[in-house]
Design a protein around this ligand. Sequence first.
Ligand SMILES: Nc1ncnc2c1ncn2[C@@H]1O[C@H](COP(=O)(O)OP(=O)(O)OP(=O)(O)O)[C@@H](O)[C@H]1O
Length: 244
Amino acid sequence: MSTTTQALLTLDGVHTHIGAYHILHGVDLVVPKGQLTMLLGRNGAGKTTTLRTVMGLWKVAQGRVQFGGKSIANLPTPQIADLGIAYVPETMGIFADLTVKENMLLAARGARRAQDMDEARLKWIFRLFPAVEKFWNHPAGKLSGGQKQMLAVSRAIVEPRELLIIDEPSKGLAPAIINNMIDAFAELKASGVTILLVEQNIHFAQRLGDTVAVMDNGRVVHAGGMAEFSADTQLQQRLLGLAL
Ligand SMILES: Nc1ncnc2c1ncn2[C@@H]1O[C@H](COP(=O)(O)OP(=O)(O)OP(=O)(O)O)[C@@H](O)[C@H]1O
């Protein structure tokens, strides 16, 4: 990372316990402003726990979490969200029985009707994710996996947010849908949003990521530029166990 790049989110020696288990063992992570950071690592490395800890869904037992220079460790989750962080969990948080429109209205605080939502923003979301417009009045539970993921991201950006945190957006999606997703994230980033993604799909990660952090056993064991990481297949093999 260049020294002129400003960090938007910083984790410093973060430890998290879940019940009796010590899961994060001193996570150091820097998410530079305006960039797309990929958080990679084998199953069980601690990626989801790291995201949940940032969002205040797990308690920070030790260490610092700073967003825009302000300490957010152990603030209540709604307060963390209000500071400008949107989080899309792996479960996506969609209400299956409600329509796409109702799901969007619930995400837009204070909006009771579609007319109350920022029209220009909604048009921009429709352009990024046409399925959201196409299935506007359909129950969200009827959408395909890819469309649900697009709805989940649309809900996260229905109001301007500085940082978007998404857990495995490409999971279970067909390659063609993943390509649409890549284009949408690239455009989101171009709009100035900082993005932190957890990924298992290395090709998705390589095509989108500016920076990369790799976790293993509750720690970040590698951090740097995605271009360098992409070029170093031995490093990928060692850290992710990928077949060459
Ligand atoms: N609610 C929980 N109770 C007990 N252990 C948990 C809980 N959630 C996660 N863990 C454990 O914490 C460790 C890290 O899990 P985490 O979900 O953060 O990993 P991950 O890197 O996101 O993996 P994956 O890619 O499989 O989602 C794992 O060993 C997991 O079993």
